[in-house]
Write a protein that binds this ligand. Sequence first.
Ligand SMILES: [Zn+2]
Length: 264
Amino acid sequence: MFGAWHIVEGNFAFLLLASGAAIASPVGGWLGSHGKIGTLFLSISVGMAAGVLLGTFTFEMIPTAGAAAGKIPTIAGFVVGFLTVYIFDLYINHGFIAGHESDEWHKLSRLHRIQRARGSKVTLLAGSTAIEELIEGLSIGVGLAADPNLGVMIGVAIMLDNVVEGMSIAEIIRAEEGENASRSIYVWTCLIGLALFSSAIVGWTFLSDIAPSMLGVLLAFGAGGMFYLTIADLLPRSAKTQYQQSAALAVAAGFLLIFALTNR
Ligand SMILES: [Zn+2]
């Protein structure tokens, strides 16, 4: 039975994790706004965050979801989470995503000359990050409700992710707005942190009482959404900022770190 002490303890752990992951964004922004972060450092830290997230899905979130909800609901939750972020990404990019070296790139750049992208590059990036944080926050709340250790794991992985995310957002804002960018950096990274914190509260307070199988599906949903972000956003960013080898090594290190920390 859960006594009053357990409730207090649970809420305290939640507040610590959710506020830590939320504050990580402005902290990353602050780090990024003070002097240039080297590309090698950025590549290694972004790669490390990607590896830690991949390890968290692989060794923690998906196995826990599978045990609670069964295989088919877990796969369904993952697919829906993945598609939600994928479709959001398509919407932001006017239904068209192509790499610079692809045959489709010419078509895309022509399209963009006709219809300008929705908002400036900074607004687009920071705004979409804030919306993506909703899934991360939800995963912290739901993860903690499913299993305290899992919640801590997810929270710490997202904390690391948000520091490097804040740093690279700061780099991009600085590139667009020059040396007077600090204000925009603080406003955006605080907004991103706030988005995470509010959805974490929703995950923790409203979803902690639902059936374990439903928690499993939500966990798979969160894993699918964050999986897309890791593969489509973090990994390319890590590989692009430096030699691909530094990225690959950092991803592997982060991935194995989570395996080492997992008690399975
Ligand atoms: Zn994030």
